[in-house]
Ligand binder design. Sequence first.
Ligand code: ATP
Length: 241
Amino acid sequence: MSENILKISGLKIAYGGIQAVKGIDLEVNKGELVTLIGANGAGKTTTLKAITGTLPGCKVEGQIHYVGSSIMGTNSFELVKKNLAMVPEGRGVFTRMSILENLMMGAYTRSDKAGIQADIDKWFGVFPRLKERSAQLAGTLSGGEQQMLAMARALMSHPKLLLLDEPSMGLSPIMVEKIFEVVRTVSAQGVTILLVEQNAKLALQAAHRGYVMDSGLITMNGNAKDMLDDPKVKEAYLGEG
Ligand code: ATP
């Protein structure tokens, strides 16, 4: 039996009178790379914010379980301590700190110095661009490099679940390919990932399973490879068919 890391049931979220998420179910099991795709405004980011407890003033109904316990109403600081990591849209690296300092900040909840160093070496292996530039200020990195740094920093916290919100946003096509390559590599290291993406094709190619969100509802879900072949997905989300 696969271990359930995230289980969302009947989630509804309203911003004032606007129902942005209308009752969705979604699961992520240990070791899986699951993608949530859908058009602008479908409710993907709102769903991630509900998981990370960053929707002040919103009406949130339903259930969210993370490694077996309800996290409804848990604040983001508590969730970081529970090893839940989020790389938000727009990244948010510490621009006045070096790459190495950013990675150390990612490990701030840990005290195992040898383990931290081993992880820095490990993730520098996956992100060689960061290794080459380890002393460079994060604010001077390209958008794609900052995205990689934000991911590497999140990984330094040993996440049981890594939430990625549109990592390919605003990047050049070559950098987008690189980011997806890195996401696959990180997944192959056994990290459990929920990836929100508008680039449905690359996301489904990288993922084990996928969910399609449309106007606040999950309209389809399944094996990612099957979804890539689905005529409805092809027409609506892949620009094919
Ligand atoms: P995108 O890919 O454009 O980020 P998304 O699928 O992530 O889209 P959300 O950002 O979750 O979509 O938005 C879902 C809906 O909720 C949209 O209609 C949006 O306008 C609305 N919404 C988001 N944030 C707020 C807010 N703070 N106040 C009011 N409405 C909001």
